[in-house]
Design a protein around this ligand. Structure first.
Ligand code: DGL
Length: 269
């Protein structure tokens, strides 16, 4: 049993799609969230820069004495080397492995698409993980650099034409490959779930990294005897590296509920 908080981080607000699912399946856990809103996006940056930023995010969460660290960011998950993530002193979860496992479980034709940031697609992290689990499955990736901006600017309503046209453009080559399963390989994308689903005629299995990752976190904490036995609802402490104004409105879209918890602007060192 461990009453310390779960630490969750992302380059911005996308990681809140993981927090949303953690609230559902681990409602009694405390969470410390860090969104590096001052430096979002990470996905168009070099590997070295992404690793540097991720290390600073992790150092912040460790300074809060969290019991587990969750990289709720496809870009960091695809880039941070195992030599670092295996030695954090607390359990670590990323979004790649849980999403890849779910894709392997769901695909019928063995044709899996992955959408993500440029860094995630360049790394082929999803393709490598899927090959290690089911070598016969073919993986088709497409980088979608516009989508993080679409989402961070709140253009997320299902009838928003900018969001729809952007998603349509990025789906085209994947539809031509006849994918039957699609990993939303960036934590910003589940908020566009209905648009993806609609443009794929509801015929493709969509994988939301928030849902699979939250289940994975629960499994790890359960296996290690680290769940809290708190009876009351847990609290969430939100931290961002840029202005807090506007956070609550956009964050509530990601969370699917009003922001309920403390909110602070923090400096990373
Ligand atoms: N949520 C991040 C991811 O999953 C956002 C990407 C970015 O910062 O470019 O990749």
């Amino acid at each position: 049993m461990d009453h310390r908080a779960i630490g969750v981080f992302d380059s911005g607000l996308g990681g809140l799609t993981v927090v949303k699912e953690l609230h559902k399946i681990l409602p009694n856990e405390n969470i410390v969230y860090l969104g590096d809103t001052g430096r979002v996006p990470y996905g168009s940056r070099s590997r070295e820069t992404i690793i540097k930023y991720a290390m600073e995010d992790i150092a912040f969460l460790k300074s809060r004495d969290v019991k587990m660290i969750v990289a709720a960011c496809g870009t960091v998950s695809s880039t941070l080397p195992r030599e670092i993530s295996d030695h954090l002193g607390v359990p670590y979860a990323d979004v790649v492995r849980p999403s890849a496992q779910e894709a392997c479980r769901l695909t019928k034709q063995g044709r899996v698409g992955v959408v993500g940031t440029s860094a995630s697609i360049r790394s082929n992290s999803y393709g490598r993980t899927i090959s290690s689990l089911r070598p016969e499955v073919q993986v088709f990736g497409n980088a979608c650099p516009l989508l993080v901006h679409v989402v961070e600017n709140g253009l997320v309503q299902p009838d928003n034409q900018i969001a729809r046209l952007s998603v349509e453009m990025y789906l085209k080559p994947l539809i031509e490959e006849k994918i039957d399963t699609l990993i939303l390989g960036c934590t910003h994308y589940p908020i566009l779930y209905d648009i993806f689903d609609d443009l794929l005629n509801h015929e493709v299995a969509l994988i939301d990294p928030g849902k699979c990752t939250a289940r994975y976190v629960k499994d790890v904490l359960t296996a290690q005897g680290m769940l809290s036995d708190r009876k009351e609802l847990g609290s969430t402490d939100y931290n961002v590296t840029d202005q807090v104004s506007g956070f609550e409105q956009t964050a509530s879209l990601f969370l699917g509920e009003p922001v309920n918890g403390s909110l602070n602007r923090v400096e990373l060192v």
